[in-house]
Design a protein around this ligand. Sequence first.
Ligand SMILES: *[C@@H]1O[C@H](CO)[C@@H](O)[C@H](O)[C@H]1NC(C)=O
Ligand SMILES: *[C@@H]1O[C@H](CO)[C@@H](O)[C@H](O)[C@H]1NC(C)=O
Ligand SMILES: *[C@@H]1O[C@H](CO)[C@@H](O)[C@H](O)[C@H]1NC(C)=O
Length: 681
Amino acid sequence: MQLLTALAVVAAVGLVTADYNTVKVADKEFLLKQKKIYNLLYHVSQPSLVNPTLYEEGRSYKIEANIDSYTNTTAVKNFLYLYEYGMLPRGELCSIYYQKQLKETEALFRLFYYAKDFDTFYKTALWARVYMNEMNYIYSFYTAVTRREDTRFIQLPPIYEMYPYAFFNSEVLEKAHHAKLFGKLDSKKFGNYNTYIIPANYSGWYMSHEYDIEHKLNYFTEDIGLNAYYFYFRLDNPFWLKSEEFGLQKWRGSEYLYGHKLLMTRYYLERLSNDVGKIEDFDWHNKFYTGYYPTMTYHNGVPLPQRPYLSKFPYYKYGYIKDLDDMESRVSGAIDSGFVLDATGKLISIYTPEGLNILGNIIEGNMDSCNRDFYGSIDLFARKILGFNLEPSTPYQIIPSALELYGTSMRDPAFYRLYKRIFKFYYYRYKMHQKPYNKDEIIYPELKIESFVVDKLITYFDQFDTSINNGLMIDNAEEAESTLIKVRQYRLNHKPFSFHLAINAEKPMKAAIRIFLGPKFDIHHKPLDLAESAKYFYEMDNWIVDLNAGANKIIRNSQDCSFVIPDPEPSEVFYKKVLKALDGSENLSYTERLYGFPERLLLPKGKKEGMPFQIFVYVSPVEGEMFPYMSRVFGGNKFDNKGLGFPLDRPVFDFRYDGSNMMLKDIIIYHKDEMELNVTY
Ligand SMILES: *[C@@H]1O[C@H](CO)[C@@H](O)[C@H](O)[C@H]1NC(C)=O
Ligand SMILES: *[C@@H]1O[C@H](CO)[C@@H](O)[C@H](O)[C@H]1NC(C)=O
Ligand SMILES: *[C@@H]1O[C@H](CO)[C@@H](O)[C@H](O)[C@H]1NC(C)=O
């Protein structure tokens, strides 16, 4: 996999070595595991069809007889207790936003997690593949692979291949189901497979857009890379797991807040490019402005719930609204008073280095929340209300809304309204109580940005193919081996570009460079004041360099930005590589990263005549210990120990960002049509 080869900067003067995210060559043991993991995820809904031997192995495995092979007998007993009573049947929909289903997911995950070695894990998964609900199986399995010690760095198939129903519209899947009739046969490019190409649009081209401006952003909100990113982001720190027991991020609460803030600001920039203004505020007791009309159907034929424009929240949501009102006022109270109330009745101060993390935990309502009974979960309740899901008739007959599955959450415009609300009323409110940084905290005269230049920025739409056959029903094993069904879609992309920096340092030092992209004008062409717009700046990159005394030239390529990753290879390509490596004809290399923010989406769409934005670039010395970031999903990295979003994370009042170590620069993003692009470049 062609992942980040290294996060090092290409430095002409100051040279930097990366001691993290190094590329490793897979050994035999790793390759065998990798192969088994892919086999376990191959046509999950038809296990008896594709590999009868594995099916038999799974069917005949007995958990109870092997109870000594698990390190936590309680967890196994809990699972068996549920299983004997009856769990979610195969074929039904599964979402962790429903209590009973979450209990089952948790139990299955723990069963996987506490298998004492890889072999037991493998056998348990073979068993579960036969007997468990498919959606529950996939989600629990992905969670287990990202948490177990012995599956470190193992790749998982892209989630949109596993469950295309959450990533493509019904008309596309309808055609895919009859690919031989509706697909275009094109096997030249794709090895020996019979390959059917299904062209796809983004949703809404059936509808009149007279009153719906939100559709202009469909190419962004429905981007499968973006939605997969969100799935992995939430997979990294599942709200239903305790960080200590399963080794999650210690700073999960801050990461929850900042990660969503980034997505919200990135979306806002995309709105500006499309001449769509601010994200509206909303109120639980008034009509909700933005509608959502997913033309999507779950695998069992049930359509995703819709929300018409200017809807009042239905009466069956009033209970949630009451609870949410209470939670919101408790959280606001904590922010304004400076204290949260923990479960023992003790007050904990939140204007401390851990404060934001504590706040994030109570807003998400995750298992590290210091008082879940009191603060509940704003995140969960808001999804219940905004998604317009219908209340289920039995715990097993659910119709989850887009907001109740991570793979679809970002498609609903309500997602961004919700996180704007959380940002504005909690995160930013908290930051308003902190004093703005004083000059000494952000101005470092020993560093001077002499120049900052960016290559010409050009966005365009590029054709991408996605294999979805693994997520569809097939007729027989032979078909599985020989047929590819690919969805062809245009996706936003940009020409690679570099930042060119010249930095003067008084003495040799380690420094952190941060690059933020923000608005220049509002949609009425009024220039925005930094004091107002700073909170909408999107952090594109943040990395560490070693500077020499004197002049340093630094070139940073867009592909090396800390948070981004190229689109992953299709599974059939990756799996072939694993097989080749196993027979010794090729090496397979891998990095610590499973996923990242799609590199394609680093820039918002430009305009033909140019779309103005501003870049804020900031360099500061690394003081004290570095912060070693380690995530099972996003890999390792090293940052300085300043807060997330520093120095734009606190209110910018009348202070001018005019120190020598920072620069605000106007830039223009251009957009080219595909045809034009082929001619000109
Ligand atoms: C074992 O599992 C149970 C239930 O899943 C959990 O409450 C307990 O903390 C676990 N014990 C250990 C030692 O991990
Ligand atoms: C995509 O939308 C255009 C209209 O905007 C339509 O002409 C075309 O047939 C659609 N293609 C597919 C594959 O749905
Ligand atoms: C694979 O990598 C090893 C070193 O890690 C090297 O010795 C070997 O020649 C490589 N094999 C191939 C086929 O490239």
